[in-house]
Structure formats: C-alpha cells, structure tokens
Ligand binder design. Structure first.
Ligand code: 5GP
Ligand code: MN
Length: 342
C-alpha cells in the first residue's frame, strides 16, 4: 500500500477548489462509479468538480446518479479542455499510468501544470505527488469509501454516493465473488445499503437490461470457444463481422471471458475482440490461482492489470494473434498445470 502526501492534500482541500476527476479509457463500472462518487462527495465539501472520461461507456452505467454531468474527452473536447485548464488539481481514478486514458487525453494531461492525485488498485503505479495505491483492495470504489472514511466524512455519504460506490464494488468483484472480496468489502457494502444503495435495483440496471442481440452475440462468442486442456486454457474470439451481425454495442462483451474461465479444469481464459475503430485486437485475460495474467499481458500483449484479471492488445490480425497466443503457452505449461485451482 502506498499513501503519499495525503496530509498535505487535506490541507490543500481545506479551501474550495476547481477539481477534475478522470477515469480510464473504456471506463467500466468501477471507473464510472468511483469518479462520480468522488465528485458528489467533494462537491458536498464545497469544491467544484467535473468528471472527464476519455470515451464512451456502456449504457448499463448511464443511469448512475449525475452521470449526465460527466464530459467525454473525445466528443466534448473543448468543454473537457476548459475544465482541465481551469482546474487546481486532477484526481486520477482506477488506472495506474497516464497512457491508460488514450493518447489524445494523455497529451493534454502530460502538459498539465498542477498536481495529480492517484487513487487506484492496479499494479505498478506511476509516481505522482499525491497517491493512494493499494493492489489488495478489490475496487477503486472501495478505496474512495476508505478515502472518505480517512477524512472522517462517512456522514456525507448519501444514497447517490452509496449507489455509485456499490456499483463499482459489485462490478469489479464479479458480484462479490472474486478473491479480492474481503469481510471489510462486505462491511462497506452493508453500510452502503444502510445509506440508501438499493442492491436489487443496481443489480438489475447493470446485469438485467440485456438486448436480444447481446444474447445472440454471447451465443456466437460461446460457439467460437476453443479449449486447450493441456494448458488448462480456453479462449474466445469475436471478429468485426460477428460484432456487426449482432449490432454490437459498447459493453456487450463485458464478462464474456468469464464463461471460458468457468469451464471445469480451466485456469487461464482469454477473449480476443477485433476493434475496427482502433484497428487492433483488444484482449481480456482472466486466471484462477497463482498464474499471473498481469505478467502475461505485460510481457506479451502491451497490457497489464491485476494478477487474475488483465487486458492487452495486438496489432496483428486475428489468426496471427491466436498463433502468437497459443505458441506462448508451452513456456508457461508448468505454471498453468501447477496453478492450485482445480
Ligand atoms: P478488462 O479485461 O476488463 O478490460 O480489464 C481487466 C483489468 O485489466 C482491468 O483492471 C483493467 O483496468 C486492466 N487493463 C485492461 N486493459 C489494460 C491495458 O491495456 N493495460 C493495462 N495496464 N491494464 C489493462
Ligand atoms: Mn477497478
């Protein structure tokens, strides 16, 4: 755990400030939940906060309290630049390095003359003046709760803030089932429910608003599933044509990789998704036990993340990407076979 400069930060935030709060590119439930929750909290403390996210986020998050106030850097560029330009400080939430916001926004942030505050749970964080980094914590939303707790301000957590925090903890823990979910996580969740988070409504809004096409795309993904039992590995591919056929919308493939990981005996799963906008293949890796997909993604696919959940990318076409992936497996065979999960 790294906690750096927070006494000074507290002092700095004693007077009202203009604050920008940033989440990573392709923001997920934890990025959106944590940025909005922090905004709502700091606004209550008398600051003036603007959330800026690099690009679009899935529809299943657009019901979150005050999500309509967040700027998209790609579409609302001048408003975003203006907010950044007049801000006294920028919070970076749910990512460990500036490149995770994408190159356009990274260029802007690299020229930023004031300080950054990092609150994040990913491995190998870059160095900033103010940092709260803890890779043991399941979600940035839990860290925002603990940040509010450190300031003795839990009484300021209202139903809207509780709803945002609950959502990010729920999505980053696979609904409270990953190993990162601790008794403390459950205690925090209990408090958030007491403060007005409606667990059934949140779950329904995030997971039970599927379109018919989304389910058909899932069907396609599952029929593309390949299993490599010698490496306890399974992977899924999705091409642009397949995505188009089922009217792919942002967020439609979220969680699909977990079906590959759910197979008996499988401890390493990947999904390879063609992304025509960026002209690359976006990859999600998941594992069980000691096999680190963070290292695997970092070493071979320009990515990273956590030990059991990471992402990366490939500039090669699909067939070549798969060949690269499968030909890497032999060097990991003993690690894969010995990962303790059965
Ligand atoms: P997902 O597979 O859901 O996109 O990402 C899984 C985890 O890995 C998330 O915590 C995410 O922030 C991280 N991650 C995804 N893609 C990348 C990447 O390209 N680089 C790094 N460093 N982390 C990533
Ligand atoms: Mn997260």
């Amino acid at each position: 755990m790294i906690l750096k400069g927070f006494e000074d930060l507290k002092e700095f935030l004693n007077r009202p400030k203009n604050i920008v709060i940033v989440g990573h590119r392709n923001p997920d439930g934890d990025a959106i939940g944590s940025t909005l929750a922090l905004k709502l909290y700091l606004d209550k403390k008398g600051h003036s906060c603007t959330v800026v996210v690099p690009n679009d986020y899935p529809d299943f998050l657009n019901w979150l309290p005050s999500s309509d106030t967040a700027y998209r850097f790609d579409l609302q560029n001048s408003q975003s630049q203006k907010a950044i330009g007049k801000s006294d400080i920028i919070f970076l939430l749910d990512f460990n390095a500036l490149h995770r916001v994408g190159s356009d926004m990274q260029n802007t942030l690299e020229k930023y003359p004031n300080e950054f505050v990092l609150i994040d749970h990913h491995q190998q964080p870059d160095d900033f003046k103010y940092m709260y980094s803890d890779i043991e914590i399941c979600s940035t939303c839990q860290m925002v709760y603990q940040f509010i707790e450190m300031n003795n301000d839990l009484n300021l957590v209202d139903a809207d803030i509780a709803t945002c925090l609950y959502t990010g903890i729920m999505t980053d823990t696979g609904s409270f089932r990953f190993r990162s979910t601790t008794s403390k996580t459950h205690r925090i969740i209990a408090d958030l429910i007491d403060k007005g988070a409606e667990n059934d409504r949140i779950h329904n809004n995030v997971y039970d608003e599927n379109s018919y096409n989304k389910l058909l795309l899932l069907g396609q993904a599952l029929s593309n599933l390949q299993i490599l039992p010698n490496y306890r590995t399974a992977y899924i591919t999705l091409t642009n044509d397949e995505k188009k056929r089922f009217d792919f919308q942002k967020g439609d493939t979220e969680g699909v990789v977990n079906y590959a990981l759910s197979l008996k005996g499988i401890i390493f799963a990947a999904i390879f998704i063609e992304d025509s906008d960026q002209n690359l293949i976006k990859i999600s890796f998941r594992s069980k036990g000691s096999f680190s997909v963070n290292k695997f993604a970092r070493n071979h696919f320009e990515g990273g993340g956590h030990d059991n959940a990471a992402g990366g990318k490939s500039d090669l076409e699909m067939a070549k990407t798969i060949t690269k992936f499968t030909s890497l497996l032999p060097e990991y065979q003993s690690e894969l076979i010995n990962s303790y999960e059965v």
